[in-house]
Design a protein. Structure first.
Length: 381
């Protein structure tokens, strides 16, 4: 077989190109007719009674130009403007959620220290929220000479009674919740002897836990209460005792080998409460605003002179109602005691101490307030 010449090769390629164009033309016409038919059918379906309309003649519809395609030039895309800034919807405030306070922490034995009314750090006492807990401004009394003779007073002991108390302790500038507790002062007189106890602890659902107990017992003489034995017990410490030897006018301590001389009318950390009540009940005229009442008090290892200043009468609100009271204040004395002790005596109740407050040097306040007065040994009607 003879190979075709270049001229015949060109002719052969030209024929194949024409044949291919004819085939492509036929395929393109068929495709366009098919698309046009579908478009007409879709348009007709949207017209009522379309099936009754005359069918268009297809040979008059399409004309195809098979001229070579022009060169397509790239056209830059139009600049797209930034989307409009949408205004932010204002958020609706959430419904108010009630603030549930955290429950107050339970009192532990380690947190309860020196609850006695005469202690330097009195841990417990009332919840008079409406009353101010700021220390009362009291002029500092002149120092008492240790050899000064004790003052004498007309005395009458209060009737036997049990005072139920609430206890509240608050600390300054603290995030801790106040500490609450319960307590009691039990006072009994039998002839020429007396017994007194002061307790503080936790009030549980079916029982109570005692954290502190202070006792005093002794006789009665012309100077009022004459203590013989005072004990102090804490849940976290060993029990201590203070012994009064009234025959030789000395006092000794179980926690110390010291033996100190005392004056007539000397008291312990519990008995001085009822000694003050006995002075008021013995002769109310002995209570005058601005007057001072002083006596020795033995506590744990030492002997101090407690000086109380009588303030004006004031009305005190308690859970039992309002009482007219005498307000007494023992201001801090350098070298003796650093806390301020306040006592409210109510003549209408028999001069019982219905409120006691101790303010420590660091601002911690402990208040005891009466909630119930249970009198005992009442005379027959």
């Amino acid at each position: 077989m003879i190979s075709p010449t270049p001229a015949s090769t060109f002719t052969h390629l030209k024929r194949q190109l024409k044949r291919q164009l004819r085939q492509n033309r036929t395929s393109l016409v068929a495709a366009l007719l098919t698309v046009l038919l579908h478009v007409l059918l879709l348009q007709a379906s949207a017209i009522p009674n379309w099936h009754n309309m005359p069918t268009p003649r297809l040979e008059q519809v399409v004309q195809i130009n098979l001229s070579p395609s022009p060169i397509v030039q790239e056209i830059p895309a139009p600049a797209v403007s930034p989307p409009p800034v949408l205004k932010q919807r204002e958020s609706k405030p959430k419904p108010h959620q009630p603030v549930i306070p955290e429950p107050a922490p339970e009192i532990t034995a380690a947190e309860i220290q020196d609850i006695g009314p005469g202690s330097a750090s009195n841990d417990f006492p009332p919840r008079p929220a409406e009353q101010s807990t700021k220390p009362v401004a009291v002029p500092e009394p002149e120092p008492e000479p240790s050899s000064a003779a004790p003052a004498t007073y007309a005395l009458a002991l209060p009737e036997s009674v049990e005072l139920k108390m609430t206890l509240l302790r608050t600390e300054p500038d603290s995030n801790r919740a106040p500490i609450y507790g319960v307590g009691a002062i039990v006072w009994s007189v039998d002839g020429d002897t007396y017994k007194l106890s002061i307790e503080a602890g936790l009030d549980m659902l079916f029982t109570s836990i005692n954290l502190y107990r202070l006792t005093s017992e002794g006789g009665i003489n012309s100077f009022g209460l004459a203590p013989e034995l005072s004990t102090e017990a804490r849940r976290t410490r060993a029990k201590t005792a203070t012994h009064f030897h009234n025959e030789d006018k000395t006092v000794s301590f179980s926690s110390s080998s010291a033996k100190l001389a005392i004056q007539d009318g000397a008291q312990d950390k519990a008995s001085f409460l009822m000694q003050l009540a006995s002075i008021g009940k013995g002769d109310p005229s002995q209570f005058v605003a601005g007057r001072e009442i002083a006596f020795q008090v033995a506590e744990e290892k030492e002997l101090s002179v407690f000086v109380f200043t009588i303030l004006e009468k004031e009305e005190l609100s308690t859970k039992l109602g309002k009482f007219s009271t005498w307000h007494l204040v023992r201001a801090p004395r350098p070298g003796a005691y650093s806390s301020q002790l306040e006592i409210w005596l109510a003549p209408s109740t028999g001069w019982y101490p219905i409120q006691i407050r101790n303010t420590e040097s660091n601002g911690t306040v402990t208040t005891q307030s009466v909630t119930e007065i249970i009198q005992k040994n009442l005379p027959p009607h």
